[in-house]
Design a protein around this ligand. Structure first.
Ligand SMILES: [Cu+2]
Length: 382
């Protein structure tokens, strides 16, 4: 049963509410927002609240491992000179969160999605925790080391991947372990926002069931107000819904593109763009350092989610062509050969390709201002 008591749905963008509100303020008043209190009351209350249990460090010049140092040569030094070289990018403007306590954003094997399973006859349990605060600092770039104080599901960014099959029912539970209200929004589900996508207060838990009617590649995210902040701070993941009967055998990868602004909770920066980092699977240039493997002639399938929150992805693999593309990862949206696909924020896609020759093949968003901020990886093809 939901713990919230309000009958009035909370608005994810807080119309008429403060624009330059800080996460600290939101933390103080998350309960008020969840309770549907008006923006006027919200603002009035701002001046009376006590200090939060935790705060964010003040913006400071990088103590991030030495941005003036020449980055160490990556393991990918054999890549073609013509490929992008984000290791040479200028030091980022992001202020620094403490690096020492930062952990890798998501598991090392995050890019390998769970395997296909035939449709289930009973609801599939899917449980997530929502988390925020000083213990949720992640490493959004490794070189130079750059930390970000995240909000997240399951203590990782991107959040855990749910892979199910068309027709499956899901019994979902969100347990809010954070200090502010959070919520869920499954793009794969069809259910009333006013019923199931409402904010769960700190310490609360909320469950509902939904059914995956359409196969596809979907985003899920927190929709708590302001949704821009909760998404930019890391509260997103992927749902892969396979068509009944599955798909042809392939080596499969999942890439979730997203942006980071500042060092966490910098709402004004999120509103105005541009991001400091654009990444695949939570960390800038993650697969430049540890390339994804493939073999010549092997069918490779990539599930793509663009979590945004602001920028489109122009997904492209340098040296390869997509032989098969599905917008939204939905079989009826099949297209033949494509060179670059657009994945807008909040959307997903599926591409298939085979590599013609052994070698190294960069994958990027062809919006190169974003590739240069970390949205670049490599396939190492043997
Ligand atoms: Cu949230």
């Amino acid at each position: 049963m939901p713990l919230r008591s309000s009958s009035a749905p909370s608005d994810p963008v807080s119309p008429g509410g403060p624009v330059l509100v800080s996460r600290r303020t939101l933390l103080r008043h998350g309960g008020l927002i969840a309770g549907g209190v008006s923006a006027t009351a919200f603002l009035a209350a701002c001046t009376q609240a006590g200090a939060p249990a935790w705060t964010y460090p003040p913006a400071a010049p990088a103590s991030n491992g030495g941005s003036s140092e020449k980055p160490a040569s990556p393991a990918t030094s054999t890549e073609p000179a013509a490929s992008p070289t984000p290791s040479a990018m200028p030091a980022m403007a992001a202020s620094a969160a403490p690096v020492a306590a930062a952990r890798n954003p998501s598991p090392a094997d995050f890019a390998v999605p769970p395997a296909y399973q035939p449709a289930h006859s009973t609801p599939i349990p899917f449980e997530l925790t929502s988390n925020d605060g000083p213990d949720e600092t992640i490493l959004i770039a490794a070189n130079p080391a750059t930390a970000y104080t995240s909000m997240n599901f399951g203590r990782q960014v991107p959040a855990p991947t749910l892979r199910i099959t068309e027709g499956d029912a899901v019994h979902f539970t969100l347990t809010n372990q954070g200090q502010m209200a959070h919520s869920i929004d499954f793009h794969a589900a069809q259910t009333a926002w006013s019923t199931n996508y409402q904010e769960v207060p700190p310490g609360g838990s909320f469950s509902f069931d939904w059914t995956a009617s359409y196969p596809g590649v979907f985003m899920y995210h927190c929709g708590a107000a302001p949704v821009l902040m909760h998404m930019a701070d890391g509260m997103y993941g992927a749902v892969i819904v396979d068509p009944r009967g599955g798909r042809p055998a392939a080596r499969e990868y999942l890439l979730v593109q997203s942006e980071f602004y500042g060092s966490g909770g910098e709402y004004a920066k999120m509103l105005t763009n541009p991001p400091d980092f654009v990444v695949f699977n939570g960390q800038a240039n993650r697969y430049k350092t540890t390339p994804l493997a493939a073999s010549v002639g092997e069918l490779v399938r990539i599930f793509i989610v663009n979590a945004g929150p602001n920028s489109s992805s122009a997904f492209h693999v340098i040296g390869a062509l997509f032989s098969h593309v599905e917008a939204d990862g939905h079989p009826a949206n099949r297209q033949g050969m494509r060179q670059t696909i657009d994945v807008p924020p909040g959307d997903g896609a599926l591409v298939e390709l085979t590599f013609a020759e052994p070698g190294t093949y960069p994958f990027v968003t062809h919006r190169f201002c974003d590739a240069s901020k970390g949205a670049l990886g490599l396939f190492r093809v043997s």
